[in-house]
Design a protein around this ligand. Structure first.
Ligand SMILES: CC(C)(COP(=O)(O)OP(=O)(O)OC[C@H]1O[C@@H](n2cnc3c(N)ncnc32)[C@H](O)[C@@H]1OP(=O)(O)O)[C@@H](O)C(=O)NCCC(=O)NCCS
Length: 193
């Protein structure tokens, strides 16, 4: 199997392909109690092709995709640069090792989204596209000047938490997440970038 290729998306014409992967994979991150209508609304509001056009154009955001050797999108990530806009995430980063200095320097990045198609999770794809994607995210954040990188993950999403720990993240706090009006509980995880 060919090694996965990771690249930053700069062409808005790619937005539809990324949105398709986003719509397929978002439900995999939702807890069992999530209602299909709330999941659908979240996808429509935040993961539509137009939203990805906006993310690609936003200088404070970076969309990365991981592709197979033939160019098909296997997964994507969204980096968001700047201070966390969630108070609990901000407090968590502030209290983390290296976090306060990074905040003072304006050098913080969030891995806001990290999604890989189920047939290409490491258990089914020995080239481990999700690992290549996260390594590229950390490198991209570092190259962008970030000194600290953080993320939120649903408290019930043990698969993702385990993966994030393998990729060097540790829990630094908790926060809530509003999914179409339903309050979900997240772990905040972080590491120096
Ligand atoms: C999160 C994600 C990118 C991780 O990629 P991955 O290739 O699956 O990651 P890995 O297989 O290396 O790591 C996951 C670990 O969780 C384990 N795991 C799988 N299902 C699990 C479950 N239901 N509960 C607990 N652990 C689980 C895997 O066995 C693996 O551990 P191992 O390396 O000891 O075998 C990918 O699973 C994904 O896209 N998931 C759906 C979307 C999502 O949840 N995104 C994160 C949103 S915050």
């Amino acid at each position: 199997m060919n090694s996965p290729i990771v690249e930053t998306v700069t062409d808005p014409a790619e937005a539809a392909a990324v949105a398709e992967v986003a719509a397929t994979t978002f439900p995999l991150a939702c807890p069992p109690h999530s209602k299909p209508e709330d999941i659908a609304a979240h996808i429509e509001n935040l993961l539509s092709p137009q939203r990805f056009v906006d993310y690609i154009a936003d200088p404070a955001k970076q969309v990365l995709v991981v592709r197979d050797g033939a160019g098909a999108v296997l997964g994507y990530a969204l980096l968001v640069y700047g201070r966390p806009d969630n108070d609990d995430a901000l407090a968590a980063v502030e209290s983390a090792d290296g976090g306060a200095e990074a905040l003072r320097a304006g050098a913080v990045a969030e891995v806001s989204k990290m999604y890989v198609l189920p047939d290409h999770h490491a258990s089914r794809n020995e080239t481990r596209p999700a690992h290549a994607l996260m390594r590229a995210c950390i490198d991209a954040a570092h190259d962008h000047g970030a000194e600290y990188i953080w993320l939120g993950v649903n408290e019930l999403n043990e698969r993702a938490q385990k993966y994030y720990r393998k990729m060097g993240f540790a829990q630094i706090g908790t926060k809530t997440f509003d999914m179409n009006g339903v309050v979900e509980h997240d772990h905040v995880m972080g590491q120096r970038a």
